[in-house]
Design a protein around this ligand. Sequence first.
Ligand code: FES
Ligand code: MG
Length: 575
Amino acid sequence: MTDRKRPEQLRSHRWLGVNDLRSFGHRSRLRQFGYDKPDWDGKPVIGIINTWSDLNACHAHLRSRAEDVKRGVWQAGGFPVELPAMSLSEPFIKPTTMLYRNFLAMETEELLRSHPIDGAVLLGGCDKTTPALIMGAISMGIPAIYVPAGPMLRGNWAGRRLGSGSDVWKYWDEKRAGNISDADWNEMEGGIARSFGTCMVMGTAATMMAIAEAMGLSLPGASSIPAADSSHPRMCSNAGRRIVDMVWDDLTPDKILSAAAFDNAIRVHMALGGSTNAIVHVIAMARRAGITLDMDRFDEISRQVPVIANITPSGNYLMEDFYYAGGIRALMTELRDLLDLSCMTVTGKTVGENISGSKVHLPDVIHSLADPIYAGGATAVLKGNLAPRGCVMKPSAAEQRLCQHRGKVIAFDDYNHMAREIERDDLDVTPDHILVLKNAGPQGGPGMPEWGMLPIPKKLVKAGVRDMLRISDARMSGTSYGACILHVAPESFIGGPLAFVQTGDEIEVDVANRRIHLHVSDEELARRRAAWTPPKPHYQRGYGAMFAQHIGQADDGCDFDFLQAGAATPEPEIH
Ligand code: FES
Ligand code: MG
C-alpha cells in the first residue's frame, strides 16, 4: 500500500501523542498499569471488544482468546487493550437476547468512539453478538476484524451424535410421546454441550459467523474452526497481527461492505441452509452500512442458490464435520461461479484470493451445486393479506406436504395462552390445522422471541405427528425446524393483520408462489380492526421503554430508528 497512515494520523494520537495537560493524564494512567512509552508510542491502539461472561458458555474461551489476540497485536507493533462488553448469552438472557442486540451494538460503537482506539477486534459468536458487534463497528467506521468464537464439539449420547437445540426439540417430543425415559433425558443433558463454543448445528450462531466471514470481515476459514481446536487460538493471534496492518492501511468496514459483499453473504447463507434469523440481522447490518437491502433480495437469491451444506437442521451433519470437510472456504469454492470474487476483505485481498486452493474433502458434508441436498432454496419470503410486508419460511426444514396447504386456524392470543392450550388432551386439533401465535413480534414479545416453532399439540405428538403449519410474528431458533412461518410484518401487537385472525378462519399457504392468504373478506377484517383494542405497552421506563419507542419491524431488521446510517457522529472533543 502506498498511503499508509503516519503515527500522527492515528486517532489515539490525540489522546497520547500530544503534549498538554490532558495527554499527561492519559499517559500517567497508562504508566499506572506498568506500561511505559515504548509500549504505546506511535503505535495503533487496538481495542479488543470481548463478550466473555460467566453466564455464556459459548464464549467461555474468549477470556483467554483475548490473550492470543494481544500476542498478535504486540508482535505486529500495536498496543492491545481489552474492553469488556455485554455478553448476549442465548440460553440465559430473558425475555430474549434479541431485546439487547441493539444495546450491544450501541455499546460496541460507543466503547470504540469514547476511547483512544484505532482498530477493533470483535470477539463473539453466540447468536446476536455477531450482528451486534458488527453493527456497532460499521457505525463507528474504524478498521475492524471479527473473530468468531467457533462452534463447540459434537454432542454425544449413547453412541449417537447430538446437535444443539435441534436434538433437544426432537427428543423433547419423543419424551412427550413417552418414547424416552427420564434417565435418557438426564444423560442427554450431560452430553449435548461437551465444550466451550457456540451451538454446533447450522443455527443462528454458525450462520452469522459464516455470514460475517462471507462478507469479508474475518480471516479466511475462521468461522468454521471448532472453538476447542488449537487452530482457534492461532487464528486469534493472526487476527491480532492483521488488525495492526489494517489500521496503517486504513482498511475501514466501508471499503469491505459493498452491496456485492452482502449479496455474497446471502448466497452463502442460502447454500448453508442457514437460520431465518440471519434475514433480520443482515438487513440491519446492511442498513448500518448505508446499503438498501430488503427481504425480497433474500427470496431472489434463494431461488438461485440451492442448499449444499448437509448440516442439521436442514441436513445430517454438524459444524465439526463441516470443518473437516473443508469449511466455509471449501463451500465458497463450490459456489464460486455464483459469488462476486472481487470483493475486498479484511486480509487486504479479495474473496477469490482468500478461497483459492481450498477444496471439499467430504463430499457428503458439502455437496456440489449439481447434487444439492435441497434444490428449492433455503428461505422463502411470502406475502399476502396476512403479511403485507412479508414473512419468512425455511421450506428445506419442513415437511413438504405443508408447503402447499389450506387449513383451519387455531389462534392463540399470546405465548401463555398457547402454552396452556397445547398440552390439553381435548384440544380440537388435527394435523391439518394451522396454529397461529400473536403478540410475539418486536414490540409484542417484547423483543421478537424465538417462539415461532410452536410445539405440536401433545395429543398429536402422541399420535406420531411431528410437523404442522405454524404462523407467528416471532422468530425461531436457527436450530429449529418444521413448517414455521415467521416474522409476519407488520406484527400483531401494533395492529398488523395477524392481530385479527380468529380460530376457525382459514389460511392458505403456497410456498412455490410465495403467497400467504387469510380467507377473510376485507370488510370483515376492517370490522375486526375497528373492534380491536391495542395491548398495553410492556414498559413504562428504562431500556424497554426506549426499545418500544424506536424498534423497527422485522422486515426493516429490527434496528433502532436513530442508529441507522445517516449523518456522521462527531469524534469526541478531548478536553
Ligand atoms: Fe450460544 Fe447457541 S446458545 S450459540
Ligand atoms: Mg438461538
